[in-house]
Write a protein that binds this ligand. Structure first.
Ligand code: TK8
Length: 335
C-alpha cells in the first residue's frame, strides 16, 4: 500500500513539473502578427509556420493570429502600431523602416549583395544583428531577417532590356529615398507608394510599373496588370520580423526565449521555401503570359555605374559609417 502511494505521489510530482517546464511561464495572450502580402505567399506561409511554432512552444497559451494583405495597415502604419503597443508582431521590408532607423537604407544600396548566401551571412552575422538592435531605442525589437529576395522590374509599357527603355516609365517604389535616387539615375520616374495600394495603382494606370521579387509578382497577381518583366536583380531585399518593445518588455524570460526560437525556425523555413517558390514563380509568370527579358551582364554593369550618385548621397547623408561597415563585412566574406 505504502509503495503504491509513494509511486503515485512521485508520478504526480513528475507530471506536474513537466507541465511547469512546458508552460508555467507563459501567460495566455492574444498576439496579432500583421503582414502585407497574400496568405498564399512565401510571407504568409512563413507567418503560419511561426504562429504554429509559438502555439506549440507556449503549450497553447498564446493565440497567435496572422493578418494578411495589410489588413492591419501598410508597413509604416504597422510599425507605428508596434511602437505604440497597439499591435504585437509584424513582418515587412527593411526598406520601409528607414523612417525609424535610417541606417536600414544600407541594404537598399543597388547591387550590394552578389547572392543569397552573402545576404544570409551578413544578416545573421554581427553586422545585421547590430543594425537590428538600433530599433530598440525607437520602440521596436527585431527578431530575425527573412528573405524577400532580389528585386526585378515589371511594367505595362514596353520590354526593358536597357536603361534607356525605362525613360518616362512611372514606377512605384517603396517609401525610401535610396530607391527614388536609384531609379531617377536609371532614367525612370519613381513614385513612392505603400505596397497595400500598389495593385490598384497598376490596375488604374496611376503607375506603369513596379519592382519586387518574382515570388511577390506571382503571389500578388501583378501578372494580371503587368506585361513585361525584366530580370534586373537590382537590390536584395530582406524582410524583418519585429515586435512591439512595449509588449516585449512585459514578457517572461521563457516567453522571450520561445519567441527567439520560433523566429529562427521560421527564418530557416522561410528562406528555403522562398527559394523554391522563386523557381516556381518564374514558370507561372511565363504561363500567365508575361514577357520576360534577361539583361546582359554588360547592361547590368552599366546600370550599376549610374548608381554611384545614389550611394554617395546616402553615405554623405549621415550614413558613411554604416556603408563602410557593410563593405568591410562583405570584403571579409569574399576573401
Ligand atoms: C509587403 C512589402 C513588400 C515590399 C514592397 O508589405 O513594399 O514592395 O517588397 O514585401 O514589404
Amino acid at each position: 500500500m505504502n509503495r503504491i502511494f509513494k509511486s503515485i505521489v512521485i508520478g504526480l510530482a513528475v507530471a506536474g513539473s513537466m507541465a511547469a517546464a512546458q508552460a508555467a511561464d507563459f501567460k495566455p495572450r492574444i498576439v496579432r502578427f500583421g503582414y502585407g502580402l497574400a496568405e498564399d505567399s512565401n510571407q504568409g506561409r512563413a507567418v503560419k509556420y511561426f504562429t504554429d511554432e509559438m502555439t506549440k512552444l507556449s503549450g497553447g497559451k498564446w493565440k497567435v493570429k496572422g493578418f494578411a494583405g495589410a489588413s492591419l495597415g501598410s508597413d509604416p502604419q504597422m510599425q507605428n502600431a508596434l511602437i505604440g503597443g497597439a499591435q504585437e508582431i509584424m513582418v515587412g521590408s527593411t526598406a520601409t523602416l528607414v523612417g525609424i532607423v535610417s541606417d536600414f537604407g544600407v541594404y537598399d544600396l543597388p547591387f550590394i549583395f552578389a547572392n543569397e548566401k552573402e545576404a544570409d551571412t551578413v544578416l545573421d552575422g554581427p553586422f545585421g544583428q547590430n543594425l537590428m538592435t538600433k530599433l530598440q531605442d525607437k520602440g521596436m525589437v527585431g527578431l530575425t531577417y527573412w528573405e524577400n529576395g532580389f528585386r526585378n522590374l515589371t511594367n505595362s509599357k514596353r520590354p526593358v532590356a536597357k536603361m534607356e527603355d525605362m525613360a518616362g516609365i512611372k514606377l512605384r517604389v517603396m517609401q525610401n529615398p535610396v530607391y527614388i535616387d536609384m531609379f531617377k539615375g536609371f532614367g525612370a520616374n519613381p513614385v513612392p507608394l505603400a505596397f497595400s495600394e500598389l495593385f490598384a495603382a497598376l490596375e488604374t494606370g496611376a503607375v506603369d510599373g513596379q519592382e519586387n521579387p518574382v515570388t511577390t509578382i506571382e503571389s500578388s497577381k501583378f501578372y494580371e496588370v503587368q506585361k513585361y518583366l525584366s530580370m534586373t536583380r537590382h537590390v536584395y531585399s530582406p524582410w524583418i520580423v519585429t515586435v512591439s518593445k512595449k509588449w516585449y518588455d512585459g514578457l517572461s524570460a521563457d516567453e522571450k526565449k520561445a519567441l527567439q526560437q520560433a523566429a529562427i525556425a521560421s527564418r530557416d523555413f522561410e528562406r528555403k521555401d522562398s527559394r523554391a517558390a522563386s523557381t516556381k514563380a518564374m514558370e507561372v509568370l511565363k504561363q500567365k503570359g508575361m514577357q520576360i527579358t534577361t539583361l546582359s551582364d554588360a547592361e547590368l554593369t552599366r546600370m550599376r555605374g549610374t548608381t554611384t550618385a545614389a550611394v554617395d548621397k546616402f553615405a554623405a547623408d549621415g550614413h558613411a559609417q554604416v556603408v563602410k561597415d557593410l563593405q568591410a563585412e562583405l570584403a571579409k566574406i569574399r576573401k
